[in-house]
Ligand binder design. Structure first.
Ligand code: WTA
Length: 635
């Protein structure tokens, strides 16, 4: 069997095979990777504990698959093309050989700074090639990386560093995003006040903004590289990893107040990221692939770094934002590098759509042959715009549904191979067994049905645990429905058996493709001294997909509500980061609660959505009058 499926009939055949003989199927896929030692057993699992082990007994290093194995034949092929935030700054191209050298150098730097296999390293860097280099260098020496998105606050970073007990942090003086210069090192300094586990901080020069370097703790990236060079550039032997050794931790929001560290392991994740990349995008050698995500999120991990590099692809990495210096930026990049495959998010599409076709005028997008979308449901209007204006109706759109926890794409068209349908993630990839269930956990069979989306059989890219708290992993994903992984998403399966993801069914928001827990935002708002209580829900937002709507009860002594509103926004920015800032804050005197004190979010959601007539049964409320007041004051 080939790694890549190339026709619809083959898809059906391979899909059936993957369900009938999953272990054989995955063993054949895994055969196309480089292993130091093959596995003794393909799969051992139960979803009760859960305990999931893929390719037990196998030995590997993912960076040999992403780098070394391409050197002999394709060492000069561009691995990373980096486009800076400022279009006037020079871009950079790193061939596989150059990337390999840099990863080895930095791997040695990490080893010189005391990092060993199994140590946790926090990476807080802008979207520069050194971010990919740092990630791969960790993987090479067996350190577990925990990348934190550059938009998170000092408090969020501190929580993540402490949870994983990171011993080293890699950051930069600052980073550029659009017109902003983000003082990354200052933010790290604030975070580290609370972090006892961190021994060393490696600081990359990027923005040249002044920073304070703490003696004995902080060192410059460039100085450390020089030390390695003067040691005569020793090779950086890979750490040979067991398939189930940890590769990375990535924090993501759930329905409780505290983000959880999703754990991925070396063997299964590698196979899954590579397999899905090769198939969904039907990548052919020489094609230029551009994923607009940030490496701070799972999409960047799997589809900027590991997936494409494992397949010897050329991956474009962009430091900036789609609207800077103008809303033509993506199209300029496509033209400049003759991008063949563009993978982006509905929120970016909607935002660019709002500028009309002006920014597209005169731009040559003819290199594009395949498109992808990820992160949230794509509305039909945005789908058609993407198809017509960007793909010229010639480029299939892979609407890829997946999650941080799934490690890679689960349900998606295979570009040019299976059929697309606007707004639909369509069909599961071979190896993925989705099911819809009702509230009682009963499987809903047949077509033309909706329910909660679960997966009933393991796949190699799935999470293994949540770092330091296995019980939480069990509770969150494996306890709602017996013997199934619960995704937290609602889903429809149409008459043709095609899947359409309808959005979260838990208390998680998807704001501009970023996952944000309502409880996290509430906790942050409640930190403000003037706040007595708050409740946060999502509402439909034209560009962001969902906006954050906060109902807030203030204390008696507040006189200047406008000032308090600003202060609350400031507080959320400080506690979580600007991405979680409420779009709307409505001050209320009470919240709709049941007699047992539970907030009736259903009602708050409806009001936020602008639906005030059909609120359902409010008779169980402690004080039904409060609903009228909230309705009257709705924003
Ligand atoms: C949502 C991002 C509809 C979904 C890779 C999921 C989607 C959450 C799609 C995971 C899609 C992602 N259509 N919804 N194509 N892709 N989602 O962990 O609600 O940041 O549960 O992973 O995004 O977000 P995460």
């Amino acid at each position: 069997m080939n790694l890549k499926i190339t026709s619809f009939s083959e898809y059906k055949e391979v899909y059936d095979y993957s369900v009938r003989e999953p272990e054989n199927f995955w063993a054949e896929i895994a055969d196309s990777f480089r292993w130091r030692k093959k596995w003794d057993k393909v799969l051992e699992w139960n979803f009760k504990e859960p305990s999931i082990k893929w390719f037990q007994g196998a030995k590997l290093n993912i960076t040999e698959n992403c780098l070394d194995r391409h050197l002999e034949k394709h060492g000069d092929r561009p691995a990373i093309i980096w486009e800076p935030n400022d279009p006037d700054e020079a871009h950079r191209v790193l061939s596989y050989k150059q990337l390999h050298d840099k990863v080895c150098q930095f791997g040695n730097v990490l080893r010189n700074n005391g990092v060993k296999k199994g140590d946790r390293v926090c990476i807080y860097l802008p979207m520069v090639p050194e971010l990919a280099i740092a990630v791969l260098a960790c993987a090479r020496i067996g350190a577990i990386h925990s990348v934190v998105f550059g938009g998170f606050s000092a408090q969020s970073i501190a929580d993540r560093i402490n949870d994983a007990e990171c011993s080293l942090v890699i950051t930069a003086d600052g980073g550029f995003r659009g017109a902003k210069d983000i003082p990354l090192k200052d933010i790290i300094d604030d975070a580290l006040v609370q972090c006892r586990s961190v021994q060393k901080v490696i600081v990359l020069t990027r923005s040249r903004s002044p920073v304070s370097m703490i003696k004995g703790r902080d060192v410059w990236w460039e100085d450390e590289i020089k030390k390695v060079e003067t040691q005569g550039n020793p090779p950086c032997p890979v750490e040979i990893m067991d398939a189930e050794d940890l590769l990375f931790i990535l924090y993501t929001s759930g329905s409780t107040g505290k983000p959880k560290g999703v754990v991925h392991t070396c063997g299964g994740y590698m196979v899954y990221a590579g397999y899905t990349f090769a198939n969904v995008f039907q990548y052919h050698p020489g094609e230029v692939y551009f994923c607009t995500a940030d490496i701070g999120w799972i999409t960047g991990h799997s589809y900027i770094v590991y997936g494409p590099l494992s397949q010897g692809a050329t991956t474009v990495m962009f430091e900036g934002v789609p609207t800077y210096p103008s809303p033509s930026r993506y199209w300029d990049i496509v033209e400049k590098y003759k991008v063949n495959i563009l993978y982006t998010a509905p929120t970016a599409i909607r935002s660019l759509m709002s500028f009309g076709t002006g920014p597209l005028e005169g731009k040559d997008l003819s290199s594009i042959t395949k498109l992808g979308s990820v992160g949230e449901p794509i509305n039909e209007e945005a789908w058609h715009w993407f198809d017509e204006k960007i793909g010229n109706k010639q480029a299939p759109i892979a609407d890829t549904w997946w999650q941080t926890e799934t490690g890679g794409i689960m349900i998606s068209p295979i570009a040019g191979v299976t059929t697309t349908k606007p707004g639909y993630a369509t069909l599961p990839l071979p190896g993925v067994q989705p099911v819809l269930v009702d509230e009682n956990g009963k499987e809903i069979e047949g077509n033309g049905v909706s329910g909660n989306l679960c997966i009933k059989f393991p796949w190699p890219g799935m999470l293994r645990t949540t770092y330091g708290d296995h019980e939480r992993c069990r509770q969150t994903y494996f306890s709602t429905y017996e013997n199934m992984y619960f995704t937290g998403d609602g889903c429809l399966r149409d008459e043709d058996g095609y899947y359409k993801i309808t959005g979260r069914v838990d208390d998680v928001l998807n704001v501009s493709g970023h996952r944000i827990g309502t409880a996290e935002v509430e906790n942050a708002i409640n930190m403000h001294t003037d706040v007595v209580e708050s409740a946060v829900v999502g509402y439909p937002h034209e560009i962001k997909g969902q906006g954050v709507y906060a109902y807030v009860i203030l204390g008696e002594s507040v006189h200047d509500k406008e000032l308090t509103r600003k202060n609350i926004l400031q507080t959320v920015t400080r506690i979580i980061g600007a991405i979680a800032k409420p779009d709307k804050i409505q001050f209320v005197s009470g919240l709709p609660k049941t007699r047992s004190g539970k907030i009736m979010r259903r009602i708050l959601r409806k009001i936020a959505e602008g639906e005030t007539s059909n609120l359902g049964d409010t008779s169980t409320l402690l004080d039904p009058g409060v609903v009228d007041e909230i309705k009257a004051g709705a924003l």
